[in-house]
Design a protein around this ligand. Sequence first.
Ligand SMILES: *Cc1c(COP(=O)(O)O)cnc(C)c1O
Length: 351
Amino acid sequence: MKSFISPQLNNIVPYTPGEQPQGENIVKLNTNESPFPPSPLVVKAVTEASDQLRLYPDPFSYPLIKKLAQAERVEENQIAVSNGSDEMLAFCFQGFCGDGAVFPNITYSFYEVYCSLYFVQKTLVKLNADFTIPIERFAGLKSTVFIANPNAPTGVFLPLDKIKTLLEQDRSRLVVVDEAYIDFGGESAVRLVEHYDNLLVIKTFSKSRSLAGARLGYAVGSESIIADINRIRFSFNSYNVGVMNMAAGIASLEDSDYFEVCRSEIIKTRGFMTQQLSLLGFKVINSKANFIFAGEHELIHARVLYERLKKKGIYVRYFDREYIDNFLRITVGTMSQAKLLAEEIKKELLL
Ligand SMILES: *Cc1c(COP(=O)(O)O)cnc(C)c1O
């Protein structure tokens, strides 16, 4: 059949999302979703917002921007919103990478996909053997820096003084910090925004606010960077945040008690999973995210374990990539899912 794709996109390799299996008895620990439903206030707000579905949403998403500015303690003109943080990342790769992009060789794999989509020259910095980021290797590089913090899929957190070093290596170079997992124990770089006008922090409602299905993300940065993001945004889709997303986001920010309960539950269960899997003989990387990264077991290869767990209806994430192909990324679910997982792994190891 004739293909109509532009020749320059003919070889593009798209992002591979985690499997979204359907079924009752599936234990889904593969895409870092929250095991908890969104706050009841979100459900109520979304239902009420359905009245406005006839109309286009506010293109400025002003009520949401106002809430976010309060929550992040910045000015309203320092926030931009997007349809999931992936869209915000896309804006950055498209708009801020004239001198290329540089990021670790092991990180969120969407970065490479955006480089091919937007023809951005990429430079990869190899992680240390313990999966920490050798930030000194970014010195002297002019390209826009992308750091997922905590990193994916390792869960390793890069302390803020290291982010500061990256910012100070070259104050005319933009550093984008992707904080999709920051609420699970790391420290956000948002407070550095007032000191560094070469910093952009990107956050999402998908993970810690149980809103992966809504598609809502945002960025915090200097007035100038945010104005540029909005120029790109309005050149692409001025209605990128729908009325339901916006209502969901606002209500979620209003229920901070619920947010705290969910995240502390995840942190507690992460501790349990880390302990269980270490006891079972896995190497478990110290995670500040809502997943753990575990593998290098003496008796079973990660790929084999991934396949066997899948047969039992337990989905975890396996990456067939150099350096990490003997590890599994396992989302922190509920405590009962964590117990079940440990039991089933024990059976596989015949302990
Ligand atoms: C999940 C994730 C995102 C994207 O999340 P959205 O659902 O698009 O907001 C961005 N960066 C990293 C590192 C992620 O893991």
